[in-house]
Design a protein around this ligand. Structure first.
Ligand code: FRU
Length: 468
């Protein structure tokens, strides 16, 4: 479809669809969700002159994975977001089948977007171009066209450029599927963002002693935290294990040292970033105050997407809350961005035996829980969290089959921070040592019920809605 045609249809879809989407009781009160249609990956997350920009993969015309545009939000505080004009709409010969994921940088004082132009052919094959777009005076983005065709030796699946500046050069990582069906991360360099040189593969299946590790790696993101290089990536094709890799596709990270000259990345084992049911394609940015912030998609490709009850209201998926990253003993910790505390009301505290605890409203709420022994928590009859002293188990009924399904974390549990927002929960374990993110669909005004014989301490806040 041509760009203008798609834009016209998108405007129509918004006018017709918004009133219905806003009536959905599962619509988040303070998380980012699409006005209508489907949202997936966060893209181009950046702070420039004090303003955060967050773009996202958006199909305004339906709840399936077609017509991928870049939607655009802006915020000065990571809490209150405003819609901006749609940044990218597919339709050029080099992005006819989607303006796929990518990132943002500031060059010559302007925001530049690096994205993948996805092109599909009638025979089912595809190609990909890495493309640029530049901010214009109206707050929109002008496409500058492709800067990199498919590199030789790879399938049509090469995408999701994440670009950054290092020692007077631009660098890019790309996710790729090679001709042997191994997922890879490619490193490239450029002096001017336009001419790119492929330096090599820095990580992937069958590389650096990692063995067979998936047929495609999507959405890489490489950054330095405390002198350590962290490579976030989303491998596809990992077999599920007893308590790991339980979603359809994974999102995780490797830490190590990147040799920019040799394009070699010595890294340790792969760790999942989030142990919940829904989390994928996260992207980070360096805030102007030095924090490394992350936002993820609270969804997973091809995972029960046709079963979400929000489909009846013409929209699907949300983003996670913004999270602050830090490294502790080689482990990546995630904590909710401190700005989210603005949403708290005056708060209530409680202490005692779990069995004696009152019920807590969790429609839009935050809970800090300090357990001293085993307990279980029921969220609105739609999800449970059980701690037995060794294993933390999150359970919900599968959206398709109705059968219970579980996610797990093992360790020494000291504290839980739970953020609820209508149809989602994000569970931060031990101040961010691990996270479990999940969508769930409780009835109206859900309550959290605790049970167990051990004492626990609890703090509760209702969170003030701030999203339209
Ligand atoms: C990840 C992903 C990316 C791609 C985008 C398309 O969810 O498949 O690899 O660029 O979504 O929307």
């Amino acid at each position: 479809m041509e760009e203008l045609q798609l834009m016209k249809q998108a405007v129509q879809a918004l006018m017709n669809g918004m009133p219905q989407a806003l009536r959905d009781p599962h619509r988040p009160a303070w998380h980012l969700a699409p006005s209508v249609g489907l949202l997936n990956d966060p893209n181009g997350f950046i702070q420039h002159n004090g303003v955060y920009h967050l773009f996202y993969q958006w199909n305004p015309l339906g709840c399936d994975h077609r017509n991928k545009c870049w939607g655009h939000w802006q915020s000065t505080d990571l809490v209150n977001w405003r819609h901006q004009p749609v940044a990218l709409v597919p339709g050029a010969c080099y992005d006819s089948h989607g303006c796929y994921s990518g990132s943002a940088v500031v060059a010559d004082g302007k925001i530049m977007l690096a994205y993948t132009g996805n092109v599909k052919y009638p025979d089912g094959s595809r190609t990909a171009y890495q493309c640029l777009a530049q901010e214009n005076a109206q707050g929109g983005y002008d496409k500058l066209g492709p800067v990199l065709p498919l590199p030789p030796g790879y399938s049509g699946h090469v995408r999701d450029p994440k670009v950054w500046r290092h020692q007077d050069q631009w660098y890019m990582v790309l996710g790729a599927r090679d001709l042997q069906n191994c997922g890879k991360v490619l490193l490239l360099r450029s002096a001017d963002l336009r001419n790119w040189q492929l330096l090599g593969e820095i990580a992937g299946s069958q590389l650096n002693g990692i063995g067979d590790f998936g047929y495609m790696w999507e959405c890489p993101d490489l950054f330095t935290l405390d002198d350590v290089e962290v490579l976030i990536c989303c491998p596809q094709g990992l077999a599920a294990q007893a308590e790991r890799y339980l979603n359809v596709y994974q999102a995780g990270y490797l830490t190590g040292k990147l040799d920019y000259q040799q394009a070699r990345f010595e890294h340790g084992a792969f760790h999942e970033l989030d142990l919940g049911f829904e989390f994928y394609a996260p992207q980070t940015t360096l805030a102007e105050d030095g924090r490394r912030l992350l936002v993820g998609w609270m969804g997973v490709p091809e995972q029960d997407e046709d079963c979400h009850p929000t489909l009846q209201y013409g929209w699907i998926h949300i983003l996670t809350c913004p999270r602050e990253l830090s490294l502790h003993q080689g482990k990546l910790y995630q904590q909710p961005a401190r700005e989210l505390q603005q949403l708290r009301d005056e708060g209530r505290q409680w202490q005692g035996i779990a069995d004696a605890a009152p019920a807590w409203p969790v429609d839009s709420a935050e809970l800090l829980l300090t357990p001293t022994g085993a307990f279980s928590a029921d969220f609105g009859g739609a999800m449970t969290l059980v701690w037995d002293g060794n294993l933390l188990q999150l359970t919900r009924n599968n959206l398709r089959s109705g059968q219970p399904e579980h996610r797990y974390w093992r360790g020494n549990l000291n504290q839980l921070q739970l953020l609820f927002d209508r149809s989602s929960v994000e569970i931060f374990i031990n101040h961010g040592e691990a996270v479990m993110s999940a969508r769930y669909f409780p009835g109206p005004q859900p309550l959290l019920h605790l049970s167990g014989e051990a004492p626990l301490a609890l703090e509760h806040w209702s969170l003030t809605p701030c999203m339209l």
